[in-house]
Design a protein around this ligand. Structure first.
Ligand code: NDP
Length: 290
């Protein structure tokens, strides 16, 4: 078994690009995918297509999974149980922290180690050391394979708890999807007024680029439990979001998204935070889990 050898299971856009990046770096790459034809170009470049998931796992100590979710992970690994003992399974498939912990336990029962990973870039960012992937799981196992894993992206090791990489990944995705949806929503309202995405682009970019300044300002206050209304007041925020809801409805656009935001703001008012900063909504989120 070569030290410069890796198995990649799952050849969606991410897995295929990872395999290409390893091939570029001279690794021996064994691949397997449910739909075998997705391996064709990789095989033409020198990758070995394993005859089965079990043969792919058996081929190398380091086994990288890039599957849609953990249902797919189990669907594949249950075919490969006999080969799992002694393997390091680096699971770059996204799912919840709890499912990552369960998978680590499931693999431990079969004699394998599990590293959870959360890749923070699309395929175009793979192979770039400026890109990052969260990892968690046994530190010694991570350190033993850090060099090989950093072929994909730089590694940000978050800790021993297998759920941590999934958690940090989901926190990023929480912000990403809601931010991107806010942009799509604004585009729909703009479109209703004949304003194109192109015309809005500089303004949308400026708003998004302003966010780190707000995060930097409010973060120490939030960590200190301070939500003073000296810079903004939640009551002002309620009025502001209410204007967005009405602007949306007047444009004939679905107001579900700003309506949900307004609902959260109004719960903050009900809880008595009207004179405090909108950051007091963190307390509303914690209290009103539903
Ligand atoms: P895809 O969902 O496009 O492909 C994943 C792979 O999962 C395919 O090879 C597919 O096989 C396989 N698969 C799905 N279900 C099963 C199953 N039941 N049994 C066997 N194999 C199955 O994902 P991506 O390549 O886009 O992403 C992989 C992971 O990386 C995902 O968890 C994603 O959330 C995450 N990610 C993706 C990013 C992106 O930009 N694409 C960015 C960061 C993370 P088949 O070819 O046979 O369908």
């Amino acid at each position: 078994m070569s030290a410069q050898a890796v198995t990649i299971i799952g050849l969606g856009p991410m897995g295929r690009t990872m395999a290409n990046v390893y091939l570029d770096r001279g690794y021996q790459v064994t691949v397997w995918n449910r739909t075998a034809s997705r391996a064709d170009e990789l095989v033409a470049r020198g990758a070995v297509l394993a005859a089965s998931a079990e043969a792919a796992v058996a081929a190398n100590e380091l086994v990288i999974l890039s599957l849609t979710d953990y249902d797919a992970v189990y669907a594949v690994l249950e075919q490969a149980e006999a080969a799992l003992a002694g393997r390091v399974v680096v699971n770059l498939s996204s799912d919840t922290p709890e499912r990552a912990r369960q998978a680590a336990g499931w693999l431990a029962e079969r004699g394998a180690q599990h590293l959870t990973g959360g890749v923070q870039v699309p395929p175009s960012g793979l192979g770039n050391p400026e890109s990052e992937t969260f990892y968690s799981g046994p530190k010694d196992v991570f350190e033993a394979h850090r060099e090989a894993l950093e072929v994909i992206t730089s590694a940000d090791y978050r800790g021993e708890d297998p759920g941590l990489a999934a958690l940090f990944y989901q926190l990023q995705m929480d912000m990403f999807w809601t931010s991107m949806l806010s942009w799509l929503h604004a585009l729909a309202v703009a479109d209703a007024h004949g304003i194109s995405a192109e015309e809005l682009l500089p303004y949308a970019s400026r708003t998004m680029a302003s966010l780190p300044g707000f995060l930097g300002f409010y973060t120490p206050r939030i960590d200190a439990g301070e939500h003073a209304g000296d810079v903004d007041r939640l009551a002002m925020g309620v009025a502001s979001v209410d204007h967005i809801v009405h602007t949306t409805r007047d444009a004939g656009v679905d107001a579900t998204f700003p309506g949900a935001v307004l609902d959260v703001f109004q719960r903050g008012l009900t809880d008595g935070y009207g004179a405090d900063s909108f950051t007091s909504l963190t307390k509303v989120f914690r209290k009103n889990a539903r």
